[in-house]
Write a protein that binds this ligand. Structure first.
Ligand code: SF4
Length: 510
């Protein structure tokens, strides 16, 4: 490898972080003191914040990892006779490796990094580096629709218009619709624990933008709108830089628009309302769906970054995972755990693999799927959409661990209250149902637990709510009653099994 100045590059130093902090700037400065024989790259996060800032020093087919690295530590390492041996751990790999070399243990070793492969390794807006990485991603616009349809790829994430449904049908629908089609990349997740889409935009935005552009060309769309949460500054900046890098390659216009930091605004029809600038954001009635009448009435493809990254991986590497849900799924693990991390599992793997990433295997419950996920006593379930749904768990890629000391009634009450306070108000089953559910759960603290009433209310919300918000908002109560009803009954008798509520009951149920 040669540097821009023409000298031979023997060493590459990468600095990986979620934010460009003062420490990152100083690390880059220290690395640049090594002269032209050292290539210095600022890369995105790996998905494991506790490692940051992470310095990766690569030479002689080996990468040395310096986690939580200070400028002083890096300076000392670079002065050592053998900087590689001074590192906490190293990974051997081929000279032409294109993705992050992963160690044999620790959170980075969990699962299979397919769409996260370039996170922490590729320079986010370096189109040349991306083309080296994705050299096989020869996107043939004419064949892409059939490739995606034949594979049976499912949409990922609650903000996807084809969440857990085959995306190929919609692509065909949009391609055949009359009007001026448009593609929306819905990255406004706004679940406080979600890092999946944000990580992709911060670290490997080109692996989202490239397939989005290919999709646009496939369905005849001339524009892409990327919808990002207004608080996700780094994600917004990185996808904008990626769009600039791509501008010379494609005639498709890419706009990046900031949306409100509200959970409901991630629901895909409310995302369209927000993009149209409507003051009052409410879900749209369907049919017609966005494929026929989407953004400003145009035929619209709406997918999350996770879905587009799966399209790229499908074209690049072919179909993998479970037959009924090909590919991988990205999960953020959080809660009562040793660490937060975002990892990727094949859909035919057991979800329990995420325990190693979180550094915990002792917990009372896990809430799978985000704020409106399902509670489970263990994670012995396949990480595919069907298997998760069969267990009434959420598919939105968040696993929140709850320690023994957590009260499941309190956790259920918090989620009902969140639904009551954050729904859009358009339909009665969700608007009134979430209020009544909050009241019924509050009544348990006063000694009244009517399981029949709660179950019937949950059934009505699930079966008659207008959008997925209301359907999913019922899930915590349903799954808590299935697996942890003894906590409700004991609470009605005046005590909390976990001992968690004596101090917190008022706050939880207010
Ligand atoms: S389910 Fe809830 S969020 Fe969705 S339309 Fe009804 S009130 Fe609005």
């Amino acid at each position: 490898m040669t540097s821009a100045g023409g000298s031979i590059v023997e060493t590459t130093i990468r600095v990986s972080a979620t934010a460009t902090s003062q420490a990152v700037t100083e690390l880059l400065d220290v690395a640049r003191t090594q002269g032209e024989s050292v290539q210095v790259l600022e890369v995105g996060p790996t998905g494991v914040p506790e490692l940051e800032p992470l310095v990766l020093l690569t030479e002689d087919e080996t990468t040395a990892f310096y986690p939580d690295c200070s400028p002083g530590t890096l300076s000392d390492a670079l002065r050592a006779d053998d900087p590689l041996s001074a590192a906490p751990f190293t990974v051997s790999h081929d000279d032409d490796v294109t993705g992050l070399p992963v160690p044999d243990d620790g959170p980075l070793s969990v699962g299979t990094r397919r769409v996260l492969d370039g996170c922490g390794w590729l320079v986010p807006d370096d189109l040349g580096g991306y083309r080296d990485y994705a050299s096989d991603l020869v996107v043939d616009a004419d064949s892409l629709v059939s490739t995606v349809a034949d594979a049976g790829l499912l949409g990922r994430g609650r903000g996807d218009a084809r969440s857990e449904q085959p995306v190929g049908e919609t692509w065909e629908q949009v391609a055949e619709a009359s009007g001026d089609p448009v593609v929306v990349v819905n990255a406004n997740e706004a679940d406080e624990h979600a890092r999946m889409d944000q990580l992709l935009l911060e670290s490997v935005p080109l692996t989202v933008l490239d397939p989005a552009v290919a999709a646009a060309e496939s369905v005849g769309a001339s524009a892409i709108v990327v919808y990002v949460n207004e608080t996700d500054d780094l994600a917004r900046r990185r996808i904008q830089q990626a769009a600039v890098a791509f501008a010379d390659e494609s005639a498709v216009d890419v706009q990046v628009v900031a949306g409100p930091d509200e959970y409901k605004a991630g629901e895909m029809t409310m995302a369209l309302e927000a993009l149209e600038g409507n003051d009052r954001i409410e879900a749209r009635r369907r049919p017609p769906g966005p494929a026929e009448h989407g953004l400003h009435g145009r035929p619209t493809l709406v997918h999350t970054p996770r879905t587009f990254a799966q399209v790229a991986a499908l074209v690049r590497e072919g179909s993998t995972g479970a037959d009924e849900d090909p590919g991988t799924r990205v999960f953020t693990v959080t809660g009562d755990a040793a660490r937060t991390a975002t990892v990727e599992l094949p859909t035919d793997a057991s979800l329990s693999a995420v325990e190693a990433a979180a550094g915990t295997d002792a917990y009372k419950a896990a809430c799978v799927g985000g704020v409106f996920g399902g509670f489970a006593p263990d994670l012995d379930v396949q990480a595919s959409a069907d298997a998760l749904a069969d267990e009434r768990l959420g598919t939105n890629g968040i696993v929140e661990f709850l320690a023994e000391g957590r009260c499941l009634l309190a956790e259920t009450g918090k989620r009902a209250k969140f639904a009551h306070e954050n729904n859009c108000g358009r339909c009665v089953p969700c608007r009134e149902g979430s209020k009544q559910l909050t009241d019924l759960l509050r009544a348990v603290y006063d000694g009244s637990y009517d399981s029949g009433k709660v179950a019937e209310l949950v059934r009505v919300m699930e079966s008659t709510s207008l959008c997925d918000f209301g359907v999913m908002a019922a899930r915590p109560a349903r799954t808590a009653m299935t697996h942890f009803e003894s906590e409700f009954i004991t609470h009605a008798g005046g005590s909390c099994l976990s001992g968690d509520c004596d101090a917190d009951a008022t706050e939880v149920t207010a």
